[in-house]
Design a protein. Structure first.
Length: 97
């Protein structure tokens, strides 16, 4: 049962919006390769605001994702692409359809 999630909010630097969109979309194959990541979404919340939402059955799966390739790539690109540090929140899932 899906009980755990992450919500990351990213604010692009002016003029870097398309690069941020392309960057997070390019992470899809990495997410697909993570056996403990149940679902993974790349989001655009506004003109320069982006997000990533992913779900997990266990806390161990969530921690594995936080220590994985997507998080490492995001932190490496953050100074170049983002106006501020990413905001990454641990979320508990209350209900799923």
């Amino acid at each position: 049962m899906i009980k755990f999630a992450l919500l990351a909010r990213l604010e692009a630097k002016p003029g870097k919006e398309q690069e941020v969109a392309d960057f997070i979309k390019s992470a899809l194959p990495l997410a697909a390769a993570e056996s403990q990541t149940i679902s993974w979404y790349a989001l655009q919340l506004g003109p320069s605001t982006f997000g990533i939402f992913d779900t997990f059955e266990t806390e161990e799966g969530r921690q594995a994702h936080l220590g994985g390739q997507i998080a490492a790539a995001l932190m490496a690109k953050a100074p170049e692409l983002l106006a501020a540090d990413p905001v990454i929140e641990k979320v508990d899932i209350l209900a799923v359809k």
